[in-house]
Each structure stands twice: as C-alpha cells, then as structure tokens.
Design a protein around this ligand. Structure first.
Ligand code: ADP
Length: 414
C-alpha cells in the first residue's frame, strides 16, 4: 500500500510516500519511495524532492498559497514525471496519513477521517489556530483530488498524552478555566516520543509495560516526556508548544508575570509578547546570533563567543533540570533517550546534559557517545543503572504505519 504522508504548515509542506502494509510493518520492511519539502509558500516556493535513493532535486515553483502547494504536490507525486517506481496516477496513492497538531481531549489515538472526525478536528482550531487550519486544508485538498474512496487518517501530536494523570495536566488556575476554555497541558511531539519509545522497546527486547524512560526530543522545537509502563506520565510542553525546555526560538518555561512586565515596559500587546516568546527567544534570544545549535557551537568554540556559550549553557541546564524532575515524578527511570536534530547529532550537547547525572546512575561512555550520531546506539556504560541511548526519530514512518493500522481496523500497538 502506498501511503502519502502529509505534514502541512502555513508556509511549508513536508511529504513522503511510503510503501507499507501490516506484513511489512511486522518485518520492519517499509520502503520510502520519495520524500520532500515545499518551502516559501506564498510566492516563488522552493520544491525539494528525493525519489528513492537518488540525490535531492530542487526547483522553484510559484505557489500562491497552501492549497495550491498541496494540489501541485499531490499531482506531482501521482504523475509519471515524478519517476516514483510503480506510480502512474492518483489510483497509485492508496491512502493518506496526515500529521494533525491538535486533537484536544477528543482523540486518544489516530483516527480515520470521516465528516465527524473532521468536525472534531475543526473544533480543536481554537486550541491550535496556527496549525490545525493548515492540517485541515491538507485533508480537504487530498479528498478533492483523490476522492472519498481513498482513505485518510489523522495522526495527532497530542493523542499519545491521553494517559497523563490529572495532577500532571492541570494547571493550578481557577478550575473553571479548564471547564470553560479547556486550559490544560496537552503535550506535543507525541508521534516522535512514541516512535522512539517503541524503538527502545525493540532494541532492548522489552514489553511496553517494562518501558520506563525519559525521552528528549531536541530539535528546533524541544520537549521531554516521562514514560512509565509504556505511557506518558508527564511532558514538558503544555497547553501550547511554548512551555518547557529552551528551544531554537521559543523561551520554554518563564515566570508568567514576565509577559505583563515586558508588555508594559516595551509598549507591546500580550499577543506581541507571546509572538516574541515563540519566535525571538530561546537559543536565538539568548545568543543574539542564531537559533541553530551548530552555529552556536561553532561560535562558542572558534571565537569563544560569550553569549553563544551562555545560550548553550542555559539549554543544557534546563534539559538536565527536567530529567531530574521527571526522575522524581516517575519514581526513577531505566534510560534516557535522545532524539531530534540536536539529540541525534550532537555528541557534545548529549555529554553536557548527562554530565553530573552520575548520582542518578548515568555514566556516559565517551567512545560510544562519539560514534552514536545519527544511529540507534546505547551511549552509557554497561554498568550504568540509568542508561542513555540515541534513537533517531521517524515521525513520517509512524504516521504511515498508523494509517495502515487504522484502515485495517487494527489498534496501533506502538
Ligand atoms: P525540527 O525541529 O525543525 O525538525 P531538527 O530536528 O532537524 O529540527 O533539529 C534542528 C536542530 O538540530 C538545529 O538546531 C541544528 O543546528 C541541530 N543539529 C543538526 N545537526 C547537528 C549537529 N551535528 N550538531 C549539533 N546540532 C545539530
């Protein structure tokens, strides 16, 4: 079955075509037929694609809006010009899996898209006004081009967190805000945390019930999740993805009173301050140089840039603080799993975060850590009681697999 995986944002669109089915899932034999990205939607967009193992190709295409980009992309995938083996028309796209950012309290797992589910996703727009509308557009354009007979599945960033206990998801605000406005912790990056938890189980030959880990997704967005018995018991992102760890441009945790202080002192509205916390803070705000960890590492090493070093210090300190907090929340863990662009690739950041966690039983093996980048690998010593792993994430693969499982009426096991 060829599953088109769509991750539609307001100005960019990521996609993959993955050949998979229940049998392939069992054998870990899914095949990525193509992957790509449309960026700069709203003008002369950049369309980048790699078919099979061929090198990436990039071209400019005028795409006025997301709808035009979706239509262009789906028509391209289904065309013979794409050169994707076995694909000659719309009929060769057998199903579509969508990343949907917010499923609110309505979705505890991935769901086949019907008129009813679509309505429930629309009802979550108030919780994710920047994301859910783009995801819905993806669903509608795919429906229009591929017809109602092509099944579509929504895979939510939030649904993994349905197991959070009340004490972890409630904020200490007047309870009526939860009742009236659904103000609570939802958690995000769920597909990534769920995928690496599943790979950890496979790697260590454990059952779900025996999975007690802290997963750290460190990319542009960063989040930590405490998983006990295979299910999340707490997570760092909150009502929105702004809470928790220091990120590329997001502040993570701050004293909420700061919003008003900055608004008054800088003459900004509260939504302008929120935008600033989302887009100009984090590594970028602290360093004044970049949101990109590689650039900051380079600057702090070469020229000894103080602010670049400071940004990295705060980033690693906050991550370690969450590990400590989660170890207490979940009565200890067996392992810490690093994923995301930084978590998968930066030997130094992993070492900095783990440094000083010997009290908790974590001893990093410098050689293993140095070799681990980009591949599944244990990076702690054999005698560590708290182990550490690098496990590259693959959200698209999980979306494709959930799509197959939902269509086949099989509840998702991972
Ligand atoms: P996104 O959250 O947008 O998917 P990624 O998961 O790709 O982003 O992570 C992007 C981050 O990963 C950037 O800060 C980038 O600098 C960082 N990164 C990628 N490779 C390395 C590396 N080798 N060393 C340090 N940081 C890296």
């Amino acid at each position: 079955m060829n599953v088109l995986v769509l991750n539609a944002g307001s100005s960019s669109l990521k996609f993959q075509l993955i050949a998979t089915d229940l049998n392939r899932i069992q054998r870990d034999a899914d095949e990525r037929l193509c992957l790509g990205l449309v960026e700069g939607i709203g003008g002369d967009a950049a369309f980048t694609v790699a078919v099979g193992k061929s090198p990436k190709q990039k071209r400019k295409v005028p795409l006025a809006n997301l709808s035009a980009a979706l239509e262009y992309l789906i028509r391209w995938v289904a065309s013979e010009q794409s050169g994707i083996p076995g694909v000659r028309g719309f009929a060769d796209i057998h199903a579509v899996g969508h990343r949907v950012v917010h499923g609110g309290e309505a979705f505890s797992e991935s769901a086949i898209i019907t008129d009813e589910t679509l309505k429930a996703i629309e009802a979550c727009i108030e919780l994710a006004p920047l994301h859910n509308p783009s995801n819905i557009q993806g669903i509608l354009v795919a429906r229009q081009l591929l017809g109602m007979k092509t099944p579509q599945v929504a895979v939510f960033d939030t649904s993994f967190y349905h197991s959070l206990p009340e004490k972890a998801y409630l904020y200490a605000l007047p309870y009526r805000f939860y009742e009236r406005h659904h103000v609570r912790r939802y958690g995000f990056h769920g597909t990534s945390h769920r995928y690496v938890a599943y790979r950890y189980r496979r790697l260590c030959n454990l059952t779900r019930e025996k999975t007690h880990i802290i997963t750290l997704h460190l990319g542009n967005g960063c989040s930590a999740t405490a998983i006990r018995g295979g299910y999340p018991v707490d997570t760092s992102m909150g009502m929105t993805p702004l809470e928790g760890l220091v990120m590329g441009t997001r502040s993570g945790d701050i004293d909420p009173a700061i919003v008003n202080i900055i608004a008054e002192k800088e003459g900004l509205s509260s939504s302008e301050v929120e935008k600033l916390l989302n887009e100009q803070s984090g590594l970028l705000g602290l360093s004044g140089i970049s949101n990109d960890m590689r650039t900051l590492q380079q600057k702090s090493q070469e020229g000894g840039d103080r602010r670049a070093r400071l940004a990295i210090d705060v980033f690693c300190y906050r991550a370690r603080k969450y590990i400590g907090a989660f170890l207490a929340c979940m009565d200890g863990a067996d392992a810490i799993v690093f994923t995301g662009g930084i978590g998968e690739n930066s030997t130094e950041i992993r070492a900095r975060i783990c440094d000083g966690l010997e009290w908790a039983g974590l001893k990093l093996d410098a050689t293993r850590n140095g070799k681990a980048s980009g591949q599944e690998q244990q990076i702690s010593t054999e005698d560590s009681t708290l182990k550490a792993f690098v496990i590259p994430t693959d959200e698209e693969l999980l979306i494709a697999r959930d799509t197959v499982r939902c269509i086949s009426g099989q509840p998702h096991p991972s």
